[in-house]
Ligand binder design. Structure first.
Ligand code: MG
Length: 449
């Protein structure tokens, strides 16, 4: 595949080697912390695992611990990426990608494909694939979700907020509830946006308790949204969908998910809203095929979450049952294409995942949640921030889409000079606003030229 292109000069890919950047701190501190957390967990769970799988599981645990201690050493000493076991779906493809990246993007032996020097997005995806492969090669632990406890804890620590979100949605669902206008629809999108503040890959695996609920955040945090295209999207896409409900077939909306826990809850509120307010005949949710970036949603998380809403209280229970009926009616569907656990930016989706791309061509709206999806939309590059969002997406346009993202990486495009001036006046040379998760963008795109 084509690894290098003209954009490498215009907008270089982010890499961990530049000291002081967030990418550098991620490679130096956050990744070793995540690997150490997994080692600690395995050691802690050893008696439990022996009880469940028998003494033979000791061999599996030992093999994973050995691989992780080597991985941690290789990250910290900036060693070249080694090949991966060719197991599971895409195992072989990964080794081809590593080879291509080594020979095409870093061909001159001056810079090797190492943890710090390699493109950040590529190496970070490699890290999570490495972890997955280590479990997959074992006899007993190949199905284990090693991030499950973290994800479930996030849900259980936000039960009060989840009950509040469910109550908010249940009120809208009532038969005689007044038809919500633009403002109501906008609020639901903002709840989904602010759910993205909770991210356990950002904290190196530590749980993050959100002090402000998404219902409250949707009303109070508008000054933290640097670009807000939600109303434009509602006007151009959602409103016509609702008006044309009798005339157009297959009104389908897709949500490409990010994190489990409180964020997934608010994404399910959005999905439920789109269905009951008749913006779509079906909503397709896209999650990950295996544990990814600590807190990303897998199918198991999706099922567990729906089954667990009753834990939040009576409103949660009603909301959970409503979702179960959408699933039963095939109006709410969960899919997990292997493209989402690849390192590819989205502008190559038509070539790398043609079936998925084709599906999106028939979608009415695609909603991308979170930072990683945004990084893949704009290629994880150091764009001039006033470059248009459309340019940064580089032709990716299967259908209209909106990115709902709180900023957790130093890549962003489409920020107006007025907003940039304001941010620069406040933060001067400090880039912390780009990675703290405090600021957000809601950017609308996807119309072909
Ligand atoms: Mg995530």
């Amino acid at each position: 595949m084509a690894i290098i292109d003209e954009y490498d000069h215009l907008a270089p890919r982010l890499r961990g080697k530049k000291e002081g950047t967030f990418a550098y701190l991620t490679v130096k501190d956050r990744w070793p912390k995540i690997v150490t957390g997994l080692v600690d967990q395995l050691v802690r769970k050893r008696p439990e695992l022996i009880q469940e799988y028998g003494p033979a599981v000791e061999t599996d645990i030992a093999s994973i611990l050995e691989k992780f201690s080597k991985l941690r050493y290789e990250i910290m000493t900036d060693k070249p990426l080694c090949t991966l076991p060719e197991n599971g779906s895409e195992g072989r493809a990964w080794n081809q990608l590593i080879f291509d990246m080594k020979t095409a993007f870093m061909p001159d032996d001056v810079e090797e494909l190492t943890f710090f020097k390699g493109p950040w997005l590529f190496v970070e995806c490699y890290l999570y694939r490495f972890i997955y492969s280590a479990f997959l090669t074992t006899e007993k632990l190949s199905e284990m979700d090693y991030f499950q406890d973290t994800k479930q804890r996030n849900f259980l620590d936000h039960l009060e907020q989840i009950e509040e979100a469910a109550a908010f949605m249940n009120k809208i669902s009532e038969k005689d509830a007044p038809l919500h206008d633009l403002f109501g629809t906008n609020t639901i999108f903002k709840m989904s946006l602010w759910g993205n503040r909770a991210d356990m890959s950002l904290t190196g695996g530590d749980n993050q308790i959100m002090k402000m609920s998404c219902v409250v955040a949707s009303a109070k945090l508008s000054e933290y949204i640097l670009v807000d295209d939600v109303n434009e999207m509602i006007f151009h896409v959602l409103a016509p969908l609702q008006v044309n409900k009798g005339n157009s077939k297959n009104r389908r909306i897709d949500i490409v998910l990010d994190n489990a826990g409180v964020e997934l809850t608010n994404d399910l509120v959005l999905a439920d809203f789109l269905l009951i307010r008749d913006f779509a005949d079906k909503v397709v949710l896209h999650g990950k095929a295996f544990p990814w970036f600590v807190s990303d949603v897998t199918e198991k998380d999706f099922t567990w979450t729906i089954d667990s809403f009753a834990k939040a209280g009576p409103e949660g229970e009603i909301f959970g049952n409503q979702l179960k009926s959408h699933i039963g009616n095939k109006k709410l569907i969960f899919e997990c294409d292997s493209f989402w656990t690849s390192p590819h930016p989205f502008y190559v989706m038509d070539r790398e995942a043609p079936e998925l791309f084709k599906e999106f061509c028939s979608s009415s709206l695609l909603i991308f949640k979170g930072d990683l999806n945004y990084r893949k939309l704009v290629g994880d590059r150091d764009w001039n921030m006033d470059t248009s969002f459309k340019t940064a997406c580089r032709g990716f346009a299967p259908c209209p889409f909106i990115a709902l993202r709180t900023l957790k990486a130093e890549t962003v495009a489409g920020i107006s000079s007025a907003v940039l001036d304001k941010i620069n006046a406040q933060f001067e040379d400090n880039n912390s606003w780009m990675t703290s998760g405090e600021y957000a963008v809601c950017q609308f795109g996807g119309f072909a030229a």
